[in-house]
Design a protein around this ligand. Structure first.
Ligand SMILES: Nc1ncnc2c1ncn2[C@@H]1O[C@H](COP(=O)(O)OP(=O)(O)O)[C@@H](O)[C@H]1O
Ligand SMILES: [Mg+2]
Length: 465
């Protein structure tokens, strides 16, 4: 098994990516579970849960403080996290983060909705206090929507002045249609790692184009029908796995193709083979009183800022693998023993199975109790987690850092191209959204972006080497 991680990213989210605090909690749960497994089984494998890249929260906060400093220097920081009014008391991630910020020396923070901001001249305030940095928990289309109901002038002013992070000009580059130029028209500008990690992607409409292996496709719709088992159709502005059509899951291609064509705004992408990003985990069945090995799909999000890679969200579930589609999040651990990832996984899985139902049920109960204590819940309710973490090696970490740094630089280039009007056709946004994006061009300053990966770190189910 090679050491280089395998697979592709399936999307970038450059507008307002989340999950940082869910991962902090998943880490705590993963660590707790591992301590119990180790104590009860005596397994001799070293896993590291403490590396700073395994908890993105402090480094995310530092990015916001850099943004604050750029404009307000050594003045006291007042950081505001903006989310939609109806989510304010529901999204634990935002509540926890503001709490975390409030515990940092010299920092005050608040969570509020955009319509509650005030402004006088260039000074944007909340309850009379001058705001020095804002993190936006929503995308530009939400601003357009809210603007119709509320006075958002203070927010618009904050965006224009560069107080709002992420700068709104970054978002269009994250549209799923942009992948078409990453491996096509602008490939020569992109780094090798970005190109090789980007799956073949095309805007989906009746057209001719170049296929995945460089061959000419005369009729894309026809081609997709012929390659139905190997493709996925996704709405350009989709999220949480919504609207996705996975070829092999739908046995009436004609109907699905028509649906995608009728609604418009779809891309077609090559499916990353499911075996490549699936792993086996010990799982408990409380109805049948047994512990068994379950196969899960594993989605791996990398968070990147101007300081480079800052952390991950390790999701798992079915396809689509989003928490909003019923998936869960699990800890990530760095393998410190001199064995391969696959061997570590197999040994841990076996050790858990050998503990037997009763012992594992106790661990599971303890984890679930802790999960509730931590507030490990999403809009749908409690989030599930796994008994063992996702395992990566120090070499994977360096590869991911290199890949992330390149991706950040490529995003800057793409963002310039977008500003020059060269990507308009691939970003497909409304005029109003474009207007907002143009208020705050992004040139590599403080921001949090992410890339969702369907990767193997050596633990997948087929040997692809
Ligand atoms: N190219 C692909 N190959 C296989 N599965 C994919 C691919 N793209 C997306 N998926 C599945 O769909 C999920 C969501 O895809 P993504 O592109 O991140 O869209 P969304 O914006 O809805 O999150 C992924 O977690 C994965 O399960
Ligand atoms: Mg996604």
């Amino acid at each position: 098994m090679g050491e280089r991680f395998l697979g592709h990213h399936c999307e970038w989210n450059l507008g307002s990516p989340g999950g940082w605090d869910y991962q902090r909690m998943a880490q705590e749960l993963g660590r707790l579970s591992w301590e119990r497994i180790k104590r009860l089984s005596g397994i001799d494998i070293k896993l590291d849960f403490d590396h700073h890249l395994l908890n993105p929260v402090p480094t995310f906060a530092r990015m916001l403080l850099r943004a604050h400093k750029q404009r307000f220097g050594s003045q006291e920081a007042f950081i505001v996290l903006l989310a939609e009014e109806e989510t304010l008391d529901k999204v634990g991630e935002n509540i926890h983060f503001v709490d975390y910020l409030n515990h940092l020396p010299g920092v005050t923070a608040a969570l509020t909705s955009p319509q509650r901001l005030e402004s006088k001249g260039d000074t944007v305030t909340l309850e009379g206090r001058r705001i020095t940095a804002i993190f936006l928990d929503f995308n530009n289309n939400v601003i357009v929507k809210l603007k119709k109901k509320h006075n958002l002038d203070p927010l618009i002013s904050a965006i224009r002045q560069g107080i709002a992070v992420n700068p709104r000009g970054i978002e269009p580059v994250g549209a799923k249609g942009i992948f078409e130029v990453v491996t096509g028209e602008h490939k020569s500008l992109m780094s090798r790692t970005t190109v090789s990690r980007t799956p073949w992607t095309r805007q989906f409409y009746p057209r001719s184009t170049i296929g995945p292996s460089g061959d000419r496709i005369l009729d894309l719709v026809e081609w997709v029908r012929d390659h139905w088992e190997k493709i996925i159709l996704k709405p350009v502005h989709g999220y949480s796995g919504k609207g996705i059509i996975i070829g092999y899951q739908y046995n009436n291609p004609d109907k699905s193709l028509q649906q995608a064509l009728d609604s418009g705004g779809y891309i077609v992408q090559l499916l990353t083979p499911l075996e490549l990003w699936a792993e086996e985990f010990p799982w408990i069945d409380r109805k049948e009183n047994r512990v068994f090995i379950k196969r899960w799909q594993t989605d791996f999000r990398c968070f990147i800022t101007d300081a480079g890679l800052i952390g991950f969200v390790a999701r798992f579930g079915g396809v689509p693998t989003n928490v909003g589609s019923g998936g869960g999040a699990k800890g990530v651990a760095i393998l410190r023993s001199r064995i391969g990832v696959k061997e570590a996984i197999d040994r841990i899985n076996k050790a858990v199975i050998n503990l037997g139902y009763r012992a594992v049920a106790e661990i599971q109960e303890e984890i679930e109790k802790k999960a509730i204590e931590l507030g490990f819940v999403y809009l749908l309710g409690p989030i599930m987690t796994t008994l063992r973490p996702r395992i990566i090696t120090p070499r994977h970490l360096s590869q991911l850092q290199y890949y992330s740094k390149n991706l950040w630089e490529d995003a800057i280039k793409l963002s310039r191209l977008w500003r020059e009007g060269k990507l308009t056709k691939f970003a497909e946004i409304s005029e109003e959204e474009e207007e907002i994006a143009r208020l705050a061009p992004w040139d590599g300053g403080p921001a949090l972006i992410c890339t969702d990966g369907l990767y193997s770190f050596g633990g997948h189910l087929i040997n692809n080497d």
